[in-house]
Design a protein around this ligand. Structure first.
Ligand code: AMP
Ligand code: ZN
Length: 139
């Protein structure tokens, strides 16, 4: 298990900073977000330190992600929300502030204040396929 003594979420994992725990396993921790986008906003983190997803061991990811179905269900039934956004801000440019991988579980109801700007575009002829080839080659 990697840890970073300067990392806020590693300090929470170590018990040096308190959190309002929802679920804890050997590999992962879910707790209430103190700056909720909506009431019942939960964070899920791997206990091991990795700043971004690309730096996270796939087994740590699996041990974390497997908790998502029951957590989403619990948030949904406990808050009475109509849906949940599971968000992972990966990198500063993507809105990541805390440099330890985390998943946001954000309860959603019709007409709430949380909105996305989702500027869906289109590809030129062949562009999508050539990008797919490039991405596949890096797997
Ligand atoms: P992000 O912008 O994706 O890095 O999100 C970081 C999240 O961590 C924000 O939603 C904060 O409200 C939340 N957060 C920061 N400090 C704490 C803390 N001590 N306990 C719980 N949540 C926190
Ligand atoms: Zn950390």
């Amino acid at each position: 298990m990697k840890t970073d003594s300067d990392c806020l979420f590693c300090k929470i994992v170590a018990g040096e900073i308190p959190c309002c725990t929802i679920l804890e396993t050997d590999d992962a921790l879910a707790f209430m977000d103190i700056g909720p986008i909506a009431r019942g906003h939960v964070l899920l983190i791997p206990k091991t330190h990795a700043e971004t997803l690309d730096a996270l061991d796939s087994s740590a990811m699996a041990a974390t992600a497997r908790l998502l179905p029951s957590l989403v269900s619990a948030v949904q039934t406990a808050t009475g929300c109509q849906g949940v956004n599971v968000l992972q801000n990966n990198g500063t440019v993507a809105g990541q502030i805390v440099p330890h991988v985390h998943f946001h579980l954000i309860p959603r109801v019709e007409g709430d204040a949380f909105t996305f700007n989702w500027p869906a575009g289109t590809y030129d002829e062949g562009e999508m396929e050539s990008l797919a080839i490039k991405i596949r080659s890096r797997l």
